[in-house]
Design a protein around this ligand. Structure first.
Ligand SMILES: [Ca+2]
Ligand SMILES: [Ca+2]
Length: 412
């Protein structure tokens, strides 16, 4: 089996993956993303299917008997996912039930501003159905999308993107997507593909953090490349790590449904298991520009690569858990023991706890666990290391604000 085929697996792999579903999520030291399961890919529904009133599932709590978790093709018309295979359908059929989905944002940094976006569209099934208007709130306060707090998505084939920013006031916040109940008739909107990122990340010390260079315009992926800032290593040169080009996402050249759409641009990096060769694979970069003693944060987007075969209702999903170190020291995400990144089947946003630079150049290393099966693939995109303002400068800012306030008082 050549490297290309091995990368995408085979029917045997799918069988093995089904067996291996029991071996995921067994880790106690999992890194905490800002939002788990942002693409409604969990729990996996299998072949085109929908689940009414899924209750609490996959990190989300759904209310109303009309809340619907669905997969592409489960309903007629434009019932497709924006990312991966599954979506949330917010739905009202002339009764007064409020239909909603809510989840907890975690590991937020108070004072930091984040960008939140998602896709939505109305159902185009006709027969009197309209889009179901809804609102998105954080701890009960509606977020504004281009000046609107009520979203009535257009009825289109593709999803329409809605984006906003918010500033965290606490490490956690409850995100709620809810309709208003009491619609006069039949109404349904699809919601999918929530994305989070830093709104004002500042200068990035990482070179080629989006893995767009070199551009692989004619191949689906490249292995063990060196250059453009990154070094990719694996035990066997023919597989393990590298850059994924756009072809794998757009052309689906192997006839396998993949969730592998880069978070940004056309390319992303991947870490693939090394079984049966053994050992680990890694992606590293010697990052320069640190100021010794200054505090920094690492952020990135990561997902577990999945393939779905609806005919058999099975999905190859293995997130290939990995660790991140800076000069050999584990980077943590949400607490001292939260070191192991095991992303779900849609891109999750990870922001590390602060770490202190001990040298002007430090090595950033992503490495998977030893002896993972080769159908375990994690993909990574938008890697950034950014400075955290020193407490002294924050105190200065507060001091300046206070002084301004005093001046204002004196002028009165
Ligand atoms: Ca999805
Ligand atoms: Ca990219």
């Amino acid at each position: 089996m050549n490297a290309r085929n091995r990368f995408l697996g085979s029917g045997l792999v799918l069988l093995a993956a089904a067996v291996c579903l029991v071996c995921t999520s067994a880790y106690a030291d999992l890194a905490i993303p800002i939002l788990s399961n942002p693409g409604f890919e969990e729990p996996f529904l299998g072949s085109p299917y929908f689940s009414w009133n899924p209750g609490t599932a996959g990190g989300w709590t759904y209310t109303s008997s009309l809340a619907l978790l669905g997969s592409s093709g489960c309903l007629g018309g434009n019932a497709t996912a924006s990312s991966g295979y599954q979506f949330f359908a917010i739905n009202n059929q002339g009764n007064d039930e409020i239909c909603s989905a809510s989840a907890t944002l975690q590991n937020l940094t108070p004072g930091v501003t984040y960008t939140l976006s998602f896709g939505a569209k109305g159902w185009d099934i006709g027969s009197g159905w309209t889009a179901d208007p809804f609102h998105v709130s954080l701890d009960g306060t509606d977020l504004s999308f281009s000046g609107n707090t009520t979203i009535t998505p257009a009825i289109t084939a593709e999803y329409n993107t809605y984006s906003t920013t918010f500033t965290a006031t606490a490490p956690t916040a409850t995100l709620t997507i809810a309709d208003y109940g009491l619609q006069p008739g039949l109404a349904l909107s699809f919601v999918d593909d929530l994305k989070l990122s830093l709104a004002n990340p500042g200068a990035n010390l990482v070179t080629n953090g989006s893995f767009e260079t070199p551009a692989y315009e004619t191949v689906t992926h490249a292995l063990n490349e060196t250059g453009a800032g990154w070094t990719f290593t694996s035990v066997e040169s023919s597989l393990g790590v590298g850059l994924v080009g756009s072809g794998i996402d757009r052309g689906d050249p192997y006839g396998i449904n993949s969730n592998s759409v880069p978070f940004s641009g056309d390319q992303q990096a991947f870490l693939q298991g090394q079984d049966p060769e053994g050992g680990t694979c890694s992606i590293s970069q010697v990052v320069s520009g640190f100021v010794v003693g200054q505090q920094y944060q690492l952020s990135f987007q990561a997902e577990g690569m999945t393939y779905s075969v609806y005919a058999s209702g099975s999905r190859l999903y293995e997130g290939n858990p990995f660790t991140v170190t800076i000069d050999g020291n584990p980077v943590t995400f949400g607490g001292v023991d939260k070191t192991l990144v095991d992303p779900s089947a849609a891109y999750e946003f990870y922001v590390s706890d602060p770490f202190t630079a001990t040298s002007e150049t430090m090595e950033l290393l992503f490495a998977d666990l030893a002896n993972q099966p080769y159908y375990h693939v994690a993909v990574i995109d938008d890697v950034a290391i950014t400075v955290i303002p020193e407490p002294a400068s924050i105190i200065l800012l507060i001091g300046a604000a206070l002084a301004g306030g005093l001046l204002w008082l004196r002028r009165r």
